[in-house]
Design a protein around this ligand. Structure first.
Ligand code: ARG
Length: 465
């Protein structure tokens, strides 16, 4: 049988392989709600402009509502022969209301239709991810407030560097998530213009009201160039770029969770709710959720790469290559949503071993910088010289096998005679973090203020939406 949408010119149906490579319904069925919303807006506009009769527009709208209900109830039969979501919906509409269904596609093409549907779908996903990022930030800020005083080792090169607070470490991810939200919001702003009415590529001779359909679908305005409207997928690329960066942030934290839960490190513990056991080694408690968050990053970045490559050689306007924009995107944004939910869950679940953290923070001479700073402040020593003197004191402590705050004053004085008893005030990890009061520093009072400010801001955002 030739295709009923374009059968006029065709006498036989497609080869089985042709159908198989062409079909997209398994993927674009995800866009059913957006497709139906856009069709309803289009039909109402056509009637408003006197392009189709009001009765036809009403029948179309009622039919589309029924189709939406059928899809949501799971009673709709998706047909592969009808290729994609657009033709499946229109095909069912024709079964239901007959000839009037054929008027819906007036002054429209699947090219502007799919561009519109996918913009709406991506916009909905951005909104869902933004809310999930807000929940993640809230979980982090709450735990940060709880652990504003919990001292842990801060690392550079994964070597103990200086003591920080666990709350400060968590708040670093709140800031990253804030920039992630900013990137999604930027993408959303540029995305939010309507391609509907661009038709196949050149616009149409019918007197459309593109402002009206744009408004009805929550877009800020219609896109200004019909070729651009059907040809670009930069809104997907920007969203996937934002998703890639967000997932890299999640992956770095996931990596820390994997390291910190290792018995070799033992800084935090996850409960049974966010770990799995081993089928052979009864002692194991594996941080699978964190590992999978780390792994999902590969797929999300992969989706961005794949679409960049699909787009790079395409001349204007619509090319069927662009049908490949959806599968990776839908999977990637789903993976990001899941990764965010898992990270939020782990943030709420994890329990730091405060005693182990404090001990580890004191190992590796983490307060050496505090000693050098003391020499600069109290003895007016140039920092470079203070660095050298401190290095010799650290070497002495290391020979004696003791941490800095246990090294005898006499031993320090052999290296720098002007050092006094007061130096011990800065050598403990607790006093070290307390002293880091510079803006953005790790001092508990800074962390508390930052966490409280974020929680207030997140509350306000939530009330505003
Ligand atoms: N399924 C197609 C896609 O996702 C819809 C647009 C088809 N347009 C066309 N001229 N064949 O890209």
């Amino acid at each position: 049988m030739s295709n009923k949408m374009w059968g006029g010119r065709f006498s036989t149906g497609p080869d089985a392989v042709m159908e198989e490579i062409n079909v997209s319904i398994d993927v674009d069925r995800h866009l059913y709600a957006q497709d139906i919303a856009a069709s309803k807006a289009h039909a109402a506009m056509l009637a408003g402009q006197g392009i189709i009769a009001a009765e036809d527009a009403d029948a179309i709208a009622r039919g589309l509502d029924t189709i939406l209900a059928e899809i949501e109830a799971g009673t709709f039969t998706f047909k592969r022969a009808l290729e994609d979501i657009h033709m499946n919906v229109e095909g069912r509409l024709a079964e239901m209301i007959g000839a009037a269904a054929g008027r819906l596609h007036t002054a429209r093409s699947r090219n502007d239709q799919v561009a519109t549907d996918f913009r709406l779908w991506v916009r909905d996903s951005i909104d869902a991810i933004d809310a999930a990022l807000g929940d993640y930030q809230r979980a982090l800020a709450e735990r940060a407030l709880e652990h504003a005083d919990t001292v842990m080792p801060g690392f550079t090169h994964l070597q103990t560097a200086q003591p920080v607070t666990f709350g400060h470490h968590l708040m670093a991810y709140v800031e990253m998530a804030a920039r992630d939200r900013g990137r999604f919001a930027d993408a959303r702003t540029r995305l939010n213009e309507s391609p509907l009415g661009a038709a196949a590529l050149a616009g149409t001779s019918f007197p459309l009201d593109r402002e009206r359909t744009a408004r009805a679908l929550g877009f800020d305005r219609p896109m200004a160039n019909s070729l651009d409207a059907v040809s670009d997928r930069d809104f997907v690329l920007e969203t996937l770029a934002a998703a890639s960066i967000a997932s890299v942030h999640l992956s770095r934290f996931a990596e820390e969770i994997v390291i910190w839960t290792s018995p070799l490190v033992g800084l935090i513990r996850l409960s049974d709710r966010f770990t799995t056991g081993s089928s052979i080694m009864p002692q194991k408690r594996n941080p699978d959720a964190a590992e999978l968050v780390r792994a999902k990053t590969g797929r999300i970045i992969g989706a961005l790469n794949a679409l960049l490559i699909v787009m790079k050689g395409l001349p204007l306007a619509y090319q069927k290559d662009m049908q490949e924009d959806k599968q990776g995107t839908i999977e990637a944004l789903g993976a990001l949503a899941l990764a965010l939910a898992a990270m939020t869950g782990m943030v709420r679940d994890l329990v730091p071993d405060a005693a182990r953290m404090k001990k580890a923070a004191g190992e590796g001479y983490a307060t050496a910088t505090d000693l050098a700073d003391w020499l600069v402040r109290e003895l007016k020593m140039p920092f470079r010289e203070a660095h050298h003197v401190t290095g010799r004191i650290v070497a002495r402590a290391s020979e004696a096998g003791v941490p800095l705050h246990r090294l005898a004053l006499a031993a320090m004085r052999e290296i720098e005679p002007r050092i006094t008893e007061a130096v011990f005030d800065v050598l403990s990890v607790q006093s070290s973090v307390k002293s880091r009061t510079s803006f953005g520093g790790t001092a508990p009072k800074n962390v508390r203020a930052q966490a409280r400010a974020w929680l207030r801001r997140l509350d306000k955002d939530r009330k505003a939406t």
